[in-house]
Structures are given as C-alpha cells and as structure tokens.
Write a protein that binds this ligand. Sequence first.
Ligand SMILES: [Zn+2]
Length: 320
Amino acid sequence: MKSTEFKTWMDSIERMSRNQRDKLRKRLEGKENTDEVIALIERNQDDKPACPYCKTSNLYRWGKASELQRYRCRQCNRTFNALTGTPLARLRHKDKWYEYEQTMIQGLSIRKSSDSCGIAKNTSFKWRHRFLQIPSTGQPSKMNGIVEADETYFLESFKGQRRLPRSARKRGGKAVKKGTSKEQVPVLVVRDRHGETANCILHGTSARQIEPVLIPLLNKDVILCTDGLPTYKQIARQANIAHRPVNIAAGQRVINNIYHIQNVNAYDSRLKQWMRKFNGVATRYLGSYLGWHRMIERLGQSITPTLCFLASLGKTRQIQ
Ligand SMILES: [Zn+2]
C-alpha cells in the first residue's frame, strides 16, 4: 500500500462512526502470532495485486520471501510482496511486532525493548523508526458545529540524535524559560463536539502560522471557541468565521452555557498524560506520537501503529 493510499485510509478512520470503529477494533484484536499477522498482510493480495514499481497487474508468483508470497512483474521484471514500499517492508519476526509495540507503549528505551523482546539492538532501533512512520498521517477532513481550538506545548527534544544542536538537557527536564520559548514546540489542538480531533505541529503561534493549519479544518458554518488570544480573533475575522472568545485570563470559563474550550483542554490533558510515560519524545517523532494518540482515542488503548497499518492493507470496503 502506498503512503497516499494509507493516508486516505487513515482519513477514513477519522470519518468512521462509533459503530464502525468498534467493528474495526474487534477485527484488529488478537492479531499477535505470525500466521495471523501474515494472513492479515496477504489478505490484500487476494484481489489482483499490482506491481508497486510500474503499477501493472501482469504478475506471476515467485516463491516466498520473509514468509510472504513474492510476485514477479512481467512488465518490469522486479519482485515484490505485500509490504514492499511500506514502513513494514523487509522486517522480520512478525510475531514480535505487537509485543515490541507494547514495550514502546510502556516507554522502554531501545535497549530495554530489545532485551524484553529478545531481538538485536539494531533491530530494535530500526523497528522503532519504522513503526513510528506509520501514524504520522491522518487528520479529520472537516469539523462541524462548535469547534474548540487551543495550543499546547511540548518540550523540544533531540533524544536519539547523535549530534545535538545545543547542550543536552536532562531527559524529560524542564525548559529554561517558562511558557513559550524556543525550547517549546507548539501544537494546535482542534476538536469539535462530535469528537473529531486534529492536532498539528506549529512552526510558531502567530496568525500567519496558525491560519493555514486551522482554517482548512473548519467548515464555513462552524462556531469557533478559543481562549480569546488576539491571534484567533484576527484569523476568524479574516476567514469570516463565527468566533466566541472565552476570556480565560479574566476567569471566564463558559459563555451562554455552551461556548467553552473544556473539551479541547480535557483532550490535551489525556494527551499529556499518555505522553508522560515516554519521558520526553524526540521532536522529530512528535507528529507520529500525536497521530498514534489520535488512533487510540478513535480505536482504544490496545491499538498500535502496526495493527492499524495491517488492517489498512486489507480491503477498506470490508469495513462496513
Ligand atoms: Zn512492474
């Protein structure tokens, strides 16, 4: 599956009803041994696989590799399997992927994860990188009704990088400056009252930086609730969007009993709570962790990136 197709599938999860999500979750549960994982992967190949290089379907079977059916393309002569070109390509020990992700959920280091699963440290390093590539896509397309928006901040981290652009801070430590500083990465969290949620990394908190992220998420007739920062007032006015700024700084919490930002703040607390166990995530993976958390909010705590990805290899139309 190509990354564009996967993005489409991830976007479709965001649009699923609660009932559809429950069905998907049931299908994903218990895929932990090699046969089940392979069956899940191969399911996508039942229905006319296409060559990932030249896109034709003129193929023949060409033995097996990494326990998966291998195909050879008559057009370009190249070989491939169901995972070629995906973040899971050429990874072995499929029975341990789920177990490995559980160690990631527990916040174990690369070394501790490798010890716990009985895999080499290099494998552990590679898996972490590959698994984290999966959830970086997928945001809801449009929000409706009352939409709450607020920014939250994550400490900048160069964890796992050999060369640090500045002197290292103690792991999971505190920023030197409180609030907004260069050491904090701003993330915009947007949530409507139907539970659609987007969280996007910002490159700054000016209107110029927030506007192109926020406005495409909003249907024209939404009512935007924010903490009343002038930036949001400016953006809403320019985009001609109804805006109810809650004057949080002056102690205001809710307007007319409906307009508030308590849902987005509650989401932010759950996100922060979930992130805490990772003891600071590397900034280059922040988008992946945000995506993973959106997945969990949609499909439950037991959902891991590879399970979600493997389900997307199956035909989306089977998920009714
Ligand atoms: Zn080909």
